[in-house]
Write a protein that binds this ligand. Structure first.
Ligand code: NAD
Length: 507
C-alpha cells in the first residue's frame, strides 16, 4: 500500500510552522528517512567532532551567567517552555509520528510527558532544598547547599526522540545548567523542532544567556567528542547497553558524572489469582505498543501453569487481530519498525527462538500495511520451553516470550536472571505475592509494578534501572540531585574553635 499522505511535504510544513531554519534541514549531509513509508524527508546539517569543542566552550560561557540567575527565576523559563510546548503539541506530536513511526496518541503522549515534566520542574525550582544537620560543636551550624553543576550533555535514542530530552533539560535548566543535546541520528528533526520551541520560550524571557540549549546533530563520533570533553560535567546518555559500555568507562576515566539509561529486558509474572481481562490489556499494550520499541517494552512473561492455556490462547488471538498500519493515515495500534536493521534483528531472534524449541505465532512482515521501503511486522508471541537463547537478550522489536511456571519463588528467580534490570510487573490479587515481588527478595528492577504493565511510567517517579540498564535515574522524585553539586557548609558563630571528634591542637 502506498502512503497517501505526502510525508515529505507535511514534514516541511511542520518544520516551517515551528520556525526551524531551513539551513538546518534542507541541504545538509545527513539524510533523514521516515519509517512510515521509508521515504527521505530531509537532509540535516551535522556538527563535526572538531566543532563540538566550540559548542562546549559556548555552553561553558552560558553556565557562568545562568548559574547566577535565582532558581525560581530559572523555573520561569521552564514554565514558558511548557507553554510553548502546549501550543506546539499537535505539530510536534505529528512530527514524532513521522520521524519515529509512533501512532498519534503515542506521539501526542510523548509531548504531554514533556509538558508534565516542565510543570514538575517549575515547582522544583522552588524546592532545591538542602538539609540543616545537627552539629556536635557548640556555636556552630551545619547545612547542605546545592549548586549548579556545569555543562550537561544529553545523548538520546530514537525511540523517545523528544521526551527523554525534556526530562533532562527541564531539570538541568532549573538546576542552573546549560544543555548540549545530541539526538539520535535517526531522529534529528524532532530535536531541531524542540530547539526552535525552546528558542521561543527564551525570546519571552529577559535573563537567558545565549547558548543555554544547543542541539548538535551527528553520529557516534560526535557523541564521543561530548563525552570526552573535560568541560562537560555530566552526560546523560540514553540508548543501548552497547553504547553505555563505551560511554560509561570514558566518563569514569575523567571522573565526570553520568546518568546511564540503557537497554531493558522487562518481565512480568501472571499469578493464578490475576484478573485476566486486565492482564491481557496490560500485556498487549506493554508488549505490542510502540511496535515493541520502548525500553520498557514487556519482553518476557511467566504465566502460572493453572491459567497458562487460557491466557496464551487469548494472547494469540489478540496478536492475530491487532491492527497494523501507517500511523499517519490509519487508526492502527501498531506502527512500523524504525528501519530494516530492526526488522532483520527481529527475524534473527525469532529464528534463534525456534532453534531453542520455541513456537512462534506472528512475526511476519505485513507488506499490506506500508510501502516496500517501510517495515511493518505482525507482533510475535513465542511460547518457550524455558528462558534461554534470545530470551536473555533485548531485541528491539515486538516479540513476547511466554514461559510456564509452577513455583512462585522459581518464577522470581527466572525473572531476575537476565542482565538488564529496568522494568517489571506482577499480575495478582494475592497480597503476599504482590508484596514479595516488591520486596528486597523480589524484582531486582528499577521499576516494579503491580497489576500494571511494564511501560508507560509517569514523570513524578524516578525513572531508570539496575544492572546493565546502567543505574541512572531521571525525571521525578529526587533525580534532580544528579544535576547539581552538593556542598556541606559549617559556620562557626562562637568565639571558640572547638575541633570535631574532640581533637585538640593548641598552638
Ligand atoms: P543506540 O545505543 O544505538 O544510540 C543511542 C544514542 O547513543 C544515539 O544518539 C547514538 O548516536 C549515541 N551513541 C552510540 N554510540 C555512542 C558512543 N560510543 N558514544 C557516544 N554516543 C554514542 O540506541 P538506539 O537504537 O537509538 O535506541 C534503542 C536502545 O535504547 C534500546 O536498547 C533501548 O532499550 C534503549 N533505551 C533506553 C531507555 C532508558 O531509559 N533506559 C530509553 C530509551 C531507549
Amino acid at each position: 500500500m502506498t502512503s497517501k499522505v505526502d510525508v515529505k511535504n507535511e514534514t516541511t510544513s511542520i518544520l516551517e510552522r515551528l520556525g526551524v531554519p531551513a539551513t538546518r534541514w534542507n541541504d545538509g549531509d545527513l539524510p533523514v528517512h521516515s519509517p512510515v513509508d521509508g521515504g527521505r524527508i530531509a537532509d540535516v546539517a551535522t556538527t563535526s567532532a572538531q566543532e563540538a569543542a566550540t559548542v562546549v566552550d559556548a555552553a561553558r560561557t552560558a553556565f557562568d551567567a545562568w548559574r547566577r540567575v535565582p532558581a525560581p527565576r530559572r523555573g520561569e523559563l521552564v514554565r514558558l517552555l511548557g507553554e510553548e510546548l502546549r501550543a506546539a503539541k499537535a505539530d510536534l506530536g505529528r512530527l514524532v509520528s513521522i520521524e519515529a513511526g509512533k501512532i498519534p496518541s503515542e506521539g501526542a503522549g510523548e509531548v504531554q510527558e514533556m509538558i508534565d515534566i516542565c510543570d514538575f520542574a517549575v515547582g522544583l525550582s522552588r524546592q532545591l532544598y538542602g538539609l540543616t544537620i545537627a552539629t556536635e560543636r557548640p556555636g556552630h551550624r551545619m547545612m547542605e547547599t546545592w549548586h549548579p553543576l556545569g555543562v550537561v550533555g544529553v545523548i538520546t535514542a530514537f525511540n523517545f526522540p523528544v521526551a527523554v530530552w525534556s526530562w533532562n533539560t527541564a531539570l538541568a535548566i532549573v538546576c542552573g545548567n546549560p544543555v548540549i543535546w545530541k539526538p539520535s541520528e535517526k531522529t534529528p528533526l524532532t530535536a531541531l523542532a524542540c530547539e526552535a520551541i525552546f528558542r521561543r520560550a527564551v525570546e519571552r524571557f529577559a535573563d537567558a544567556p545565549e547558548n543555554l540549549l544547543q542541539v548538535v546533530v551527528g553520529e557516534r563520533a560526535l557523541g564521543e567528542a561530548i563525552v570526552d570533553n573535560p568541560a562537560v560535567a555530566l552526560v546523560s546518555a540514553t540508548g543501548s547497553t552497547r553504547m553505555g559500555r563505551e560511554v560509561g568507562p570514558r566518563l569514569a576515566a575523567r571522573f565526570a558524572r553520568s546518568i546511564l539509561e540503557l537497554g531493558g529486558n522487562n518481565g512480568g509474572i501472571v499469578c493464578p489469582s490475576a484478573d485476566l481481562d486486565m492482564t491481557l490489556r496490560a500485556v498487549a499494550f506493554g508488549a505490542m505498543g510502540t511496535a515493541g520499541q520502548r525500553c520498557t517494552t514487556l519482553r518476557r512473561l511467566f504465566v502460572h501453569e493453572s491459567i497458562y492455556d487460557t491466557l496464551v490462547a487469548r494472547l494469540k488471538k489478540a496478536y492475530e487481530s491487532v491492527s497494523i498500519g501507517n500511523p499517519l493515515e490509519t487508526s492502527a495500534l501498531v506502527g512500523p519498525l524504525i528501519d530494516r536493521g530492526a526488522f532483520e534483528a527481529m527475524g534473527e531472534a525469532l529464528d534463534a527462538a525456534r532453534a531453542e524449541g520455541g513456537t512462534v505465532t506472528g512475526g511476519e512482515r505485513d507488506e499490506a500495511a506500508g510501502d516496500s521501503a517501510a517495515y511493518y511486522v505482525r507482533p510475535a508471541v513465542v511460547e518457550m520451553p524455558s528462558q534461554c537463547g534470545p530470551v536473555l537478550e533485548e531485541t528491539f522489536a515486538p516479540i513476547l516470550y511466554v514461559m510456564k511456571y509452577s513455583d512462585f519463588d522459581a518464577a522470581i528467580r527466572d525473572h531476575n536472571a537476565v542482565a538488564a534490570g529496568l522494568s517489571s510487573s506482577i499480575f495478582t490479587r494475592d497480597m503476599q505475592e504482590a508484596e514479595l515481588f516488591l520486596s528486597a527478595e523480589g524484582s531486582d528492577c528499577g521499576i516494579a509494578n503491580v497489576n500494571i504493565g511494564t511501560s508507560g511510567a509517569e514523570i513524578g517517579g524516578a525513572f531508570g534501572g539496575e544492572k546493565e540498564t546502567g543505574g541512572g535515574r531521571e525525571s521525578g522524585s529526587d533525580a534532580w540531585k544528579a544535576y547539581m553539586r552538593r556542598a556541606t557548609n559549617t559556620v562557626n558563630f562562637s568565639t571558640e574553635l572547638p575541633l570535631a571528634q574532640g581533637v585538640s591542637f593548641d598552638i
